[in-house]
Structure formats: C-alpha cells, structure tokens
Design a protein around this ligand. Structure first.
Ligand SMILES: Nc1ncnc2c1ncn2[C@@H]1O[C@H](COP(=O)(O)OP(=O)(O)OP(=O)(O)O)[C@@H](O)[C@H]1O
Ligand SMILES: Nc1ncnc2c1ncn2[C@@H]1O[C@H](COP(=O)(O)OP(=O)(O)OP(=O)(O)O)[C@@H](O)[C@H]1O
Ligand SMILES: [Mg+2]
Ligand SMILES: [Mg+2]
Lengths: 253, 253
C-alpha cells in the first residue's frame, strides 16, 4: 500500500508524521519504506542520512537503475529509506517534456510496492509535478492539518487537486484520513478549527489527534522517533495510536 | 525599497510577518504595498480579499496592464495589496520559455516601487521561478526562522540561492535580517536553535524576536493584524518593534 503524506500548506507536520508513523508501523511488525519526495530533504536528515552521498529519489525518477539498489537499509527498528537531496529540485523542470511525466514514480514503484506493507511518501509544500507524481503512485493519502486559521484555506484546493488526479490518472486514489496535528486543547483557536473540520469533514477525520508536544519537536533534533525519545510522552502515544488506526483502516474488512 | 519575506521551509511565519510588519509600518506613517507571490493566497485571505474576483499578481506578471490598476486600496490603516489567486500557480510553467523569465517582476515594479516606502513580497515555501522573480526584484530580504530543528537545515541552501541570484541577476540584493519567530523561551529547543544561530549568523539576526503568542495566530482568523486585535499582547509589541528596526536598518546612515 502506497500512502502520500500531503498538504501544500507549509509546516503542518508532514515530515514529522511520515517519520513517526513509519517507525510506529515498523514497531508493529510491518515492513515499511519511506521515500523523501521533498528536495529540502527534511525526512532524509531526520533519519541521519543526509551526509551520505547515496543516490536517492532523483536517481529513482531519472535513471534506469533497479529501484531496489536505491533503498537504504537503516540500523535498528527503522523503516527503509530512499533519501532526497537538493538535486531532486531539478526533476520538476527536467520531466516537463516527458510523455508520461505524471506516471514516472508509479512506474518505478511497480516492483518495489509489493516488497513492503506500507510505502510512505513525504511530499513538499507544493502541488507541483513531484507531488502529482506522488498522488498518481498512491493508493491513499494522509493529510496533516494544523489546527490554525490557514489550515482550512488550502484544504478544499487540495481535495480538488486530488479529484483531478483521481479522474485523469489514478482511479484508486482515496483519502485514508485527515490528521489533526499540533492540537492544543487549551487554545480556543484549536477547538474552533477542530469543530469546523468536524462539521464539514467528520467521516474523513482520523480518531487519533496528534497534540502539540515539545517531545515531538525535540526528538527530531536527536535523530530519534518520538517513541524512541520518550515512550511515555503524549506525542509517542498519539503516533502509536495512529499506526494502529492506519492498519485498521487499510486492512480490507 | 522592495523586501522579500522568504524561506523555503514551510510554516515559519512568512505570511504572518508580511501582514503584521506591513500594517505596523503603515501605523508609523510609511506608504506600504504588499504583493502576494504565493498561489495559496494566504496573505490575500488574511486581508479579506480572496473573494473579490479582482485581478492580481498573475495579471501583473502575465498581462501588459498598468501595474497601478492592479493595486487594491484597503480601508483603514492597512497597506495596499496586489492579491494572489490559484491561477498564479500557472505562471511558473508559462514563463519557463520567456527570454527574461527571472526579471518579469523586476520590470513590472519599475514604476510602482517609487510610489511606496516599502513594497513587501510574501513568498511561497519553495525556490521556484516565482520566488526567484521576487529575489531579482528585491533590494533586501527578511528570513523568518522558526526556532526548531529543521530551521537550520534549509538556511544555508537559502543563502546559497541568494548568492547565485546576487551574482547573476541582482547585485543590490542583501539580507536585511534573520527574524526568529514563534520563539518560546521556556523550551530548551528554542534556546538551542537561538544559540546556534547567534554562533553562526550573529550580525545578521534582528534584535527583535517574535515570541510564540496565540494572539498572533488568532488575529489572522479575524482578518486583523495582531496590533489591531490586541495592542498590549507580546506579539503586537514585537511586530511594532520589528517595524522600527526595519526602518532603522533601511534608512541610510
Ligand atoms: N505534534 C507536534 N508538536 C510539536 N511540534 C511539532 C509537532 N509536529 C511537528 N512539529 C514541529 O513543527 C515543525 C513543522 O513540522 P514539519 O517540518 O514536520 O512540517 P512539514 O509539513 O513537513 O513542513 P514543510 O511544509 O516545510 O515540509 C517542525 O519544527 C516540527 O518539529
Ligand atoms: N508568533 C506566532 N505565534 C503563534 N503562532 C504563529 C506565530 N507566527 C505564525 N503563527 C502561526 O503559525 C502558522 C504558520 O504561519 P504562516 O502561515 O505565516 O507561515 P508561512 O511561512 O507563511 O507558511 P507557508 O510556508 O505555508 O507559506 C499559522 O497558523 C500562523 O497563524
Ligand atoms: Mg516536510
Ligand atoms: Mg505563507
């Protein structure tokens, strides 16, 4: 199953969710591959892989290598990773003239997708060709939403884009869930946005809500998932709960 | 003086800074124009202008209209605005084949820039052609930096990109300052990032630090600047202080 973590709004917790959900799924015995689709490479550096001059997502999309050769196996209870470097930014312009420019990633994942239970794609804050490639290659998406004002602004545009991709390129695409992140129950703003989302998108919302929790932000700077950094923290419990909910929602009844 | 608010990292407070700094400068008697360079149009909706089917930044860049006609005069102590709508996302692909594709905005601002003390450009979280256009048209940049781990990651890439623009397209480009945003003195993480920035970029840092302050996040949902929403809040005082510092730094000695 291929899942995109997507929202063109910046700083809503896409990378944090890809990293922590990926690790939590591994801890539940699942085989997981993370692919960094963002030229910023935040997911790659969270996993401590930015220094290695390892080939990565750019080569996956541009060269004719066997995709398996690009997968990094990491030590410990961690997912496998295809890292991203700044060269990935060049792909969007280079592939403009390709015949099948929306399907490049989908083609490459044909063999890889069956070796994992979950392939998770961390997208950049934009709706450019890299993100379109991720959507075309995906079975499902998870949309992290920060409980703040601008969060609601972009959501309808994002759902519209997904509908276009579903109609023209990938009929299997669907929304696994909308994930509230950095939720602070003490703030009226958080509650207002939550109520608004419940009113309009109730059945799409994950039951799990990720609270604002400094352990989540701190753990990344130590190169650890929040579960490995502080297992008893609210952030760790929320991401473990999310992993269980993802398994539940993605397993055919 | 044309100033870009820029950082390809998402959610660091670019739009919030463009909006509140713009209003604070107007309150100090300056003539200010805001231009929304982000197809998401968050700045446009913060100013309540998203509904109007007004022409905006896309027309500024694509048509041969007199730029003056695209300026919206807003009621109250607010800056003027050139709004952005989703059509702006098309510009990056449409202008790829243009001869002078990096200078499109710079050319258009030739006449407008002299009618204002400050023209402030709110950029999207990417380093694509829209953002390059903003840098080529700018005298200075302000880089909002959230006091968290990923913040340091992208800064060196951003400064590198600016150097490339300065060398090849716009020799006057310089950094007005690095602005710490959402700083929370109670968090070790905030202090660590602050110490790191002071160690490497001390003379580039603004004296003013914008604290994490819920009034800042709340004010936007009421379409108000934080000064108009709650003048005595820490956020309002910080943005007023920033406006003074910007005036000080930008006035020739
Ligand atoms: N639950 C949380 N509690 C506290 N801080 C969080 C939480 N989730 C994410 N953060 C912090 O918020 C910031 C933004 O998160 P992140 O970088 O994952 O967002 P993103 O959507 O991937 O950003 P971009 O749009 O730049 O890709 C980071 O500094 C991260 O550490
Ligand atoms: N000082 C602050 N205190 C509290 N919240 C803040 C502060 N500054 C910004 N925010 C909130 O943080 C979120 C991100 O801010 P904003 O949208 O301005 O960032 P941005 O860099 O423009 O994002 P993007 O990369 O998507 O353009 C918003 O919900 C905003 O209300
Ligand atoms: Mg990210
Ligand atoms: Mg913005």
């Amino acid at each position: 199953m291929v899942i995109s973590i997507i929202n063109q709004k910046g700083g809503v917790g896409k990378t944090t969710t890809a990293f922590n959900l990926g690790v939590a799924l591994v801890k539940l015995g699942k085989r997981v591959l993370l692919i960094d689709m963002d030229p910023q490479g935040n997911l790659t550096s969270a996993l401590g892989a930015e220094e290695e001059k390892q080939s990565g997502t750019y080569e996956l999309l541009s060269d004719d290598l066997d995709p398996q050769e690009l997968v990094m196996k990491l030590e410990g209870q961690l997912p496998d990773l295809i890292p991203a470097h700044m060269d990935l930014a060049g792909f969007e312009i280079e592939c403009l003239t390709l015949e099948n420019r929306e399907y490049v990633l989908d083609d490459k994942l044909q063999s890889l997708r069956f070796q994992y239970d979950y392939v998770i794609l961390d997208c950049s804050p934009s709706l450019g060709l890299l993100t379109i490639n991720a959507l075309v290659a995906s079975d499902d998406v998870i949309v992290p939403i920060q409980c703040e004002y601008f969060a609601l602004e972009g959501l309808s545009k994002l759902l519209e884009t997904m509908q276009v991709v579903k109609t023209n390129y990938n009929t299997r695409l669907s929304v696994l869930g909308l994930l509230l992140t950095m939720y602070d129950a003490r703030l009226a703003l958080s509650n207002q946005v939550y109520e608004e989302l419940k009113a309009h998108f109730d059945e799409m919302l994950f039951q799990t809500i990720i609270p604002r929790n400094v352990k989540v932000a701190e753990s990344v700077s130590f190169g650890l998932s929040v579960m490995d950094y502080d297992q008893s923290s609210k952030g760790a419990m929320a991401y473990s709960e999310l992993a269980n909910e993802v398994i539940l929602k993605s397993t055919p009844a």
